[in-house]
Design a protein around this ligand. Structure first.
Ligand code: NAG
Ligand code: NAG
Length: 263
């Protein structure tokens, strides 16, 4: 066999093979619906898969198609499948700060999300408490459910004086509207302090000093009275003159005190 003769015979053979392949491919596609994701091949046959919400209790036979049965109450399958059982819905554990945002059904899985104030963390695969913004910073609104807090510094005219994962920066008080003047300017961490035009602070201040002194006075008087009674009991006879003296002294003190009160 000469090499030339070999090449001459090879080319038509290759072309014929190519034609055969394309023809086969076409006929295969036309005759076999098993390329669809709703079918599968079994025992040389093309059979139906089970629709979402059902599982395959038995595969097809040469004479019958697959048998599909619905998933149980807490189960699902979300694809056209050949599964021999359904998947169990996951539990949204409230103890792990999870809540069901979609209860799920036979055709869709239950979806859990973190409760308000928590966000999903990839690191621990758990819900983490949202960060708190330090004074001088406010939480960006609208708050995103299942997302960590985004803290932004307060702009001029606004302040935040506490740690919070939800509060925005609050506007400074406008003293002019309140009919007062600004005593201290506001900062990003503190409100403006308005000067009070009326001396409304004095009465409570006087009251604060007056009340403790009155209590001390009453205590002193009661101690003195008890002393007098005890003294009187032990020295009923001999103490008569002494008690009279004491009564006289108490009267003096009382009249002196009442005189003080009046002024
Ligand atoms: C199942 O839940 C999915 C997702 O919420 C929804 O699109 C679908 O209509 C529900 N199916 C039934 C039968 O309720
Ligand atoms: C306070 O309110 C008045 C009247 O609305 C306004 O003219 C003024 O600019 C405000 N002052 C501040 C400091 O915001």
């Amino acid at each position: 066999m000469a090499p030339r003769a070999r090449r001459r015979g090879l080319l038509p053979a290759l072309l014929a093979l190519c034609a055969l392949f394309t023809a086969l491919q076409v006929t295969f596609q036309v005759t076999s619906p098993c390329t669809s994701d709703r079918h599968y091949e079994h025992l040389g046959r093309c059979c139906s898969r089970c629709e979402p919400g059902k599982y395959m209790s038995s595969k097809c036979t040469t004479t019958s198609d697959s048998v599909c049965l619905p998933c149980g109450p807490d189960e699902y399958l979300d694809t056209w499948n050949e599964e021999d059982k359904c998947l169990l819905h996951k539990v949204c554990d409230t103890g792990k700060a999870l809540v069901a945002v979609d209860p799920g059904n036979r055709t869709a899985p239950r979806r859990c999300a973190c409760t308000a104030g928590y966000h999903w963390s990839q690191d621990c695969e758990c819900c983490r408490r949202n960060a708190e913004c330090a004074p001088g910073f406010g939480a960006q609104h609208p708050l995103q459910l299942n997302m960590d807090t985004v803290c932004r510094p307060c702009h001029v005219g606004y302040f935040s004086d506490a740690f919070s994962s939800t509060d925005k920066c609050k506007p400074w008080t406008n003293c002019t509207i309140l009919g007062k003047t600004e005593e201290h300017p506001g900062t990003e961490k503190s409100d403006v302090v308005c000067s009070s035009s009326l001396p409304s602070r004095k009465p409570p201040k006087e009251h604060r000093i007056y009340l403790p002194s009155l209590i001390i006075l009453l205590l002193f008087i009661s101690v003195a009275l008890v002393a007098v009674v005890v003294f009187g009991v032990y020295h009923r006879k001999k103490g008569k003159a002494l008690t009279a003296d004491l009564w006289h002294w108490i009267n003096d003190v009382c009249s002196h005190l009442s005189g003080n009160k009046e002024t």
